[in-house]
Write a protein that binds this ligand. Structure first.
Ligand SMILES: [Mg+2]
Length: 127
């Protein structure tokens, strides 16, 4: 089972994801914006295996956080699921260039997203 970081300024979204991920057996960590997310990732005591990240957040938005991660050789292998209401293809392309492997539109379909998480984790576990 994995350590999953949820970065979203909406407590409602964080709570829903926390429920779904813990139900699937994962341990969750939470942050309310990109800066807080980077702080969790900087904590060497915690190894994050996968990240859920919102786009629109105060302090630091999700795409900026992904760019920061992408330029950090210690953190740029962590798979990122973007979870957002944004559908712009420019944003999607920007995310993809910064390590985003899945772009999920809110509200998300639980079975589909948790299936995607399981698939990605199975792939990275052997790497
Ligand atoms: Mg938001």
């Amino acid at each position: 089972m994995a350590n999953v970081l949820i970065v979203d300024d909406s407590e409602t979204v964080r709570t829903q994801l926390r429920k779904d991920l813990s139900h699937a057996g994962h341990t969750t960590f939470e942050a309310g914006n990109g800066l807080e997310g980077l702080k969790v990732l900087d904590d060497s005591a915690v190894k994050i295996d996968l990240i859920f990240c919102d786009v629109n957040m105060p302090e630091m938005d999700g795409l900026t956080m992904c760019r920061e991660l992408h330029s950090n050789p210690l953190l740029n292998k962590i798979p990122i699921f973007m979870l957002t209401t944004q559908t712009s293809s420019e944003m999607k392309a920007e995310g993809k260039a910064s390590g985003v492997i899945a772009w999920v539109i809110k509200p998300y379909e639980r079975n589909k997203v948790m299936g995607g998480v399981a698939k990605v984790l199975a792939r990275t576990a052997g790497a």
